[in-house]
Design a protein around this ligand. Structure first.
Ligand SMILES: C[S@@+](CC[C@H](N)C(=O)[O-])C[C@H]1O[C@@H](n2cnc3c(N)ncnc32)[C@H](O)[C@@H]1O
Length: 190
């Protein structure tokens, strides 16, 4: 990781925990939620849970976050509990676990409102391949670590996006402020 990136990522905290995103990602997540009528969030990869807190503030009682490890402090755990964020433990790349997560998120989905899926687990391409095909028209998929751990131009990723009517949005805007997110929106039926 380059020095400027380490400085931006490692020293950035929210809700008393390190957030593993560049700071500009936070206002972008808020905009994505507001402008796409997002009512619930599925976060793949909780990390230390600070971003999950932000999602919980934006969509109380309608956030599911999952990780195979528990890195949450007591403080973050109690905040997430108050916000009704469901922290689920398991292996993201187990198909049965993926199916369970999709059932859980659909239980908190509000009719007519979209889901924001954040692909931020151990293998972002695999997150996208396994989970993005399960989203519904109007839903938004954001993949973290654009250009390092997630390459939208990879042929398998282009194919999945195309097969599932996932249209890349905000490319210029994310490039401009170096927000490391690749964002897709599933087209509604023509
Ligand atoms: C980059 S961190 C998530 C950061 C968090 N979303 C944030 O923005 O602060 C990635 C997380 O994915 C988890 N992870 C990696 N492989 C996994 C797997 N197979 N199943 C579940 N979680 C996994 C790691 O334990 C790690 O906490």
């Amino acid at each position: 990781m380059s020095d400027w990136l380490r400085e931006r990522v490692m020293n950035f905290t929210f809700a008393r925990g390190a957030i593993q995103q560049v700071p500009s990602a936070l206002p972008w997540f808020e905009k994505l939620i507001i402008h796409n009528n997002v009512g619930c969030v599925l976060e793949l990869g909780t990390g230390v849970g600070s971003l999950s807190v932000m999602f919980g503030i934006l969509c109380p009682d309608r956030v599911i976050t999952c990780d195979r490890e528990d890195r949450l402090t007591r403080h973050i755990k109690s905040v997430l509990l108050r916000l009704g964020v469901d922290c689920v433990r398991g292996d993201l790349y187990d198909e049965g676990f993926r199916d369970l997560l999709m059932i859980l998120i659909n239980q908190v989905r509000i009719n007519g409102q979209a889901l924001l899926l954040l692909c931020d687990g151990g293998d972002k391409h695999k997150d996208f391949a396994m989970y993005a095909p399960r989203v519904l028209p109007g839903d938004v998929v954001a993949c973290h670590d654009l250009a390092s751990e997630f390459i939208p131009e990879r042929s398998d990723i282009l194919q999945i996006a195309d097969n599932n009517k996932l249209e890349r949005i905000l490319v210029e805007e994310m490039n401009k402020d170096k927000t490391r997110l690749a964002v897709y929106k599933k087209r509604t039926a023509e």
